[in-house]
Write a protein that binds this ligand. Structure first.
Ligand code: XIL
Length: 348
């Protein structure tokens, strides 16, 4: 396997198709090897964590501020990654504004209480807090770093068929518990106010290829579209090698595009629990077929804006923790070599 820094640039190879992105963590910009790898192969970055609400909302300052409707925010982590991107000329997709995970529980509580049994804030309060938060983030980013962010994950993971609710909403989300489904249009309305020209607003979810979940997402997207609130469907793309079905990915992509939306693959990885040649060849075949499908859609006029890998090398994939077994899911190895999957994606 070749050193990834000796290989032709991924993003340049895809220049006529879509941006190629990677999720990066807070340590990578200062690591010369990662910096070089990112700059060579990716034209877009996403923070794997540091732009999520838990890293932006500031409890102490919120309590000190004493405003029940306005959480205080801090942007040191956001700014450090945005400064890196600006310096390197790399575009950014902002992940994420409204999510049930990695958002402090005190944000949902009356009087910003951090107690486990705190009384929840009212729906009205939460809708106002949501709008204030979204506008604070967007105004800051668009003022301090104009032109850098091209898309916003406004709402992440609001549909969950397993919870069996009407509309297949994720009912055990603190957002749903506080506001029902109304938090979705509210978040997107705020984001429409905060967006800068050229930025797209994205609804993002996983298993978006699954026909049952897909149809529920489509119902949601149609509701948002009735108010012109959404531009892009983000299919996360956390796949598993042994049951990935590219024809379902294609059918779902077409179904979202048929609504008139742009498309993004936002968090691509294919879990593979072996580094053996055989397994890595199989992974390569899947990646090759998947990218061939995406190129075909793009050639047919589907507006694919970007494809973002969730990590740079296998060493920084979240899957090893999430799946509780070592994962080898990306294009570059732990030793920063280009894997067969890289060759398959480049073979067009
Ligand atoms: C993951 C990060 O990669 C991990 O480091 C973190 O511990 C948990 O979140 N869907 C998403 C991402 O939208 O934000 C998640 O990222 C992966 C699943």
């Amino acid at each position: 396997m070749k050193d990834a820094l000796q290989c032709p640039s991924l993003f340049k190879a895809y220049e006529n198709y879509f941006r190629i992105g990677a999720a990066v963590n807070g340590r990578m910009p200062a690591d010369p090897a990662y910096d070089a790898l990112i700059c060579r192969h990716f034209s877009s970055i996403t923070a794997d964590n540091q732009m999520k609400p838990m890293f932006v909302m500031d409890h102490k300052a919120t309590l000190a501020g004493g405003d029940p409707l306005h959480a205080a925010v801090r942007f040191d982590w956001v700014d450090s990654l945005l400064s890196y991107a600006r310096e390197k000329g790399i575009a950014v997709r902002y992940h994420t504004l409204a999510w049930h995970n990695q958002t402090p529980r005190w944000f949902f509580a009356k009087d910003w209480s951090d107690a486990e049994d705190a009384e929840p804030a009212s729906k009205e309060t939460m809708l106002t807090r949501l709008e204030n938060y979204i506008l604070d983030v967007m105004n800051h980013v668009n003022t301090a770093f104009p032109g850098l962010v091209y898309t916003w994950d406004v709402v992440n993971e609001a549909i969950e068929p397993d919870q069996g609710a009407p509309g297949l909403y994720r009912t055990r989300s603190p957002w749903y518990m506080a506001c029902g489904e109304d938090f979705l249009p509210a978040a997107f309305r705020a984001a429409r106010k905060g967006q800068a020209p050229g930025q797209t607003l994205c609804y993002n979810d996983y298993n978006a290829f699954d026909p049952v979940k897909r149809d529920a997402i489509i119902d949601l997207l149609k509701k948002l579209q009735a108010e012109n609130l959404v531009d892009t469907m983000g299919m996360q793309g956390h796949y598993v090698m042994n049951n990935m079905d590219i024809s379902l990915c294609e059918a779902a992509s077409r179904a979202y595009a048929a609504l008139g939306l742009n498309l993004q693959v936002t968090e691509l990885d294919i879990h593979c629990n072996s580094g053996s040649d055989e397994a890595q060849q199989k992974l390569a075949q899947l990646y090759g077929d998947y990218f061939a499908m995406l190129r075909k859609l793009k050639d047919e006029g589907v507006r694919i804006e970007a494809v973002t890998f969730w990590g740079v090398t296998d060493a920084d994939s979240w899957l090893t923790g999430f799946r509780r077994e070592t994962s080898y899911p990306l294009l570059f190895s732990r030793e920063k070599k280009a894997k067969p999957a890289y060759d398959a994606v480049m073979n067009m």
